[in-house]
Design a protein around this ligand. Structure first.
Ligand code: AGP
Length: 608
């Protein structure tokens, strides 16, 4: 899940590429590098660690170069060291390559090239690419020809940018599974793993498809599709987001900013879609498949991480409100399962980035099954939004922190509307939820107004090494998500469990050193939640509880209580999740950790 940026034009390429890499650092921050070419002369700068370190190492003499490619790395093959960082080059440093993805057959290619006398300086899979191009240059009339020959040998996933001193007026790019987008400017073109790095320069973009190879000059973009073996027309699209959204503003971190965007996130996820006064839910993105939606008798939701937990909420909602049986499957497992699929089964992929390789692979698995493929996606124009038949955008705006927060809130809000859309608009619940969706942004703000109190309680628990999160029905996925957030940003061991499962094993772990976060907001089975909390108290386990405002009884069950405004059982989990997001945030902040760039993680996981 690395980040790639490229620039060709009349401006100084290096600062543009470095700034782009900084905005893509959430894709990986193990090392960074840049290669630039000026007047046929190449310069290469690489550093292990963050982009700042790279920027400090760049020689001012490179600032005239009008052509450059850069990379920020999330290590898959080889340690996060300088010599494993990209760009990689051929021996005489005339070819430079940056790559996002995994070359699955790199060992075979390496052995073949070593047989041809090539020597390798890194442990990466990527280094085979510049040597392979070098190898084919000997039998090709142009770099483009050699590049295509090399691509045909590569197995796995790749987004590649390449430049060469032999043709300094061109930038070369190719994509298979990993995302790559071209930014169209005046006498200049940019290249990036996602539009975030382009926004400052242009909103006019060309998304490359699988097997696309692009030859880019400052004036022209020519795309050829290797699989179809012919020129490919790729239309430029205008992206409608404002780059202010992607800026930190007055917040210390993106994670806190994105948690505090919850009220606006709920509003934009329902804007123009729910009209409570008319008892109406209108999802434009599903209109093209209205007839197919009528025939769905089974829904399989596929996703990863936080999106998977949003899917679990979707399961409860769609089964309860639309009576359609739902299964939620981890996309990484779904791909390798052999299960029957009838034509009346639909598949729903949930993804913030829209680029998660496991989720894309799950969709590709059923490509020829003739089943309806739907998407709930946040990133506009992303792969999943383009390969699904229809879907609903989350409209949460760019999410920059690696730990997903506002996207989860938006995903659950969208799944609620999909459940209503598929359900019976005459039901009491339909009306109640529709009405509550209007009230939720204000209730979310009430939770944010308690941030200092949540911080006070979080600091009491920051030194524990283990944590359990429990909940029942709709609060169960919230417990799983709460545990994931704490794990991701504070590195504390945390597990989410259905409260009723405790006595079937996890209770053995409980003692005075193992606190539990119990989500116990009002529901028809609140008394059951109390008994589960009592089981923990009986083992001296400390308990922090989330409860509905006005619930005094909870105080005798828990050491600390965080109250959220009264809401429906189906919607309370949104408020509870905001509390667990803040709880995790304040613990990580108190531990002095980089909450936006947690170790070993990356924002969008573009390799299997
Ligand atoms: C969540 O905080 C993590 N960043 C991760 O689990 C994420 O949810 C998962 O990788 C799925 O990403 P997606 O929603 O972009 O597909």
């Amino acid at each position: 899940m690395c980040g790639i940026v490229g620039y060709i034009g009349n401006r100084s390429a290096t600062p543009i590429v470095v700034k782009g890499l900084r905005s893509l650092e959430y894709r990986g921050y193990d090392s960074a590098g840049i290669a630039c070419i000026d007047d046929g002369q190449a310069q290469l700068f690489k550093q292990s660690g963050r982009v700042d370190k790279l920027e400090a190492s760049i020689d001012k003499s490179s600032l005239n170069a009008p052509l450059a490619i850069g990379h920020t790395r999330w290590a898959t093959h080889g340690l996060p060291t300088t010599f494993n960082s990209h760009p990689h080059s051929n021996a005489d440093r005339t070819v430079f390559v940056v790559h996002n993805g995994i070359i699955e057959n790199y060992q075979d290619i390496k052995t073949k090239l070593q047989g041809e006398g090539y020597t390798f300086v890194s442990e990466t899979d990527t280094e085979v690419i510049p040597h392979l191009i070098d190898y084919y240059l000997k039998s090709s009339k142009s770099f483009e020809e050699a590049f295509k020959k090399a691509l045909r040998d590569l197995g796995g996933a790749y987004a590649i940018a390449a430049i060469t001193t032999k043709e300094p007026g061109k930038m070369f790019a190719a994509r298979l599974s990993s995302p790559l987008v071209i930014g169209v400017g005046k006498n200049e073109h940019l290249l990036a793993s996602d539009p975030t790095a382009l926004m400052e320069h242009t909103k006019k973009v060309i998304f490359l498809d699988d097997y696309d190879v692009a030859v880019i000059t400052n004036k022209k973009v020519a795309v050829h599709n290797l699989k179809k073996g012919k020129i490919a027309e790729r239309k430029a699209e205008l992206l409608d987001y404002d780059n202010q959204e992607a800026l930190l503003g007055d917040y210390p971190t993106f994670m806190l900013k994105e948690i505090f965007e919850a009220p606006a996130t709920i509003r934009s996820a329902t804007l123009g879609r729910t009209i409570a006064s008319k008892n109406l839910v209108k999802l434009g993105g599903l209109e093209s498949v209205t007839s197919q939606l009528e025939y769905i008798d089974r829904l399989v939701i596929v996703a990863c991480g936080t999106s998977y937990y949003a899917g679990l909420v979707g399961e409860y909602l769609i089964e309860e409100l639309a009576g359609i049986p739902v299964e939620v499957q981890l996309a990484s497992e779904f791909k390798y399962r052999n299960e029957p699929f009838s034509r009346s089964t639909a598949i729903l992929a949930i993804s913030q980035s829209g680029e998660t390789a496991d989720t894309i692979a799950a969709l590709k698995k059923v490509e020829d099954y003739g089943v309806l493929r739907l998407g709930v996606v946040n990133a506009v124009g992303s792969t999943i939004s383009r390969i699904t038949d229809a879907g609903v955008y989350c409209h949460a705006g760019p999410e920059q922190a690696v730990a997903s927060t506002k996207a989860f809130i938006a995903q659950v809000t969208v799944l609620m509307q999909i459940a209503l859309r598929l359900g019976d608009s005459g039901s009491k619940q339909y009306k109640a939820i529709l009405k509550e969706l209007d009230a939720l942004p204000a209730k979310a703000q009430e939770v944010l107004d308690q941030a200092e109190e949540i911080k006070r309680i979080a600091l009491k628990y920051k030194d524990y090494r283990d944590f359990l999160f429990i909940g029942r029905t709709y609060s169960y996925p919230a417990a799983l998500e709460g545990a994931l957030k704490l794990k991701e940003v504070s590195y504390i061991h945390a597990e989410g469990y259905a409260s009723g499962e405790m006595k079937h094993g996890p209770l053995a772990m409980i003692d005075e050193n193992f606190p539990t976060f119990a989500i116990a907001t009002n529901s028809p089975i609140l008394s059951k939640a109390y008994s589960n909390i009592q089981e923990i108290r009986a083992r001296k386990g400390p308990v922090v509880a989330i409860a509905t405002k006005g619930n005094k009884a909870i105080k005798k069950h828990a050491d600390d209580v965080i109250y959220v405004p009264d809401s429906l059982e189906q919607t309370s989990l949104i408020l509870s999740t905001m509390v667990t997001q803040l709880f995790a945030y304040y613990i990580a902040e108190a531990k002095g950790l980089n909450v936006d760039r947690p170790r070993n993680l990356a924002k969008s996981v573009t390799v299997e």
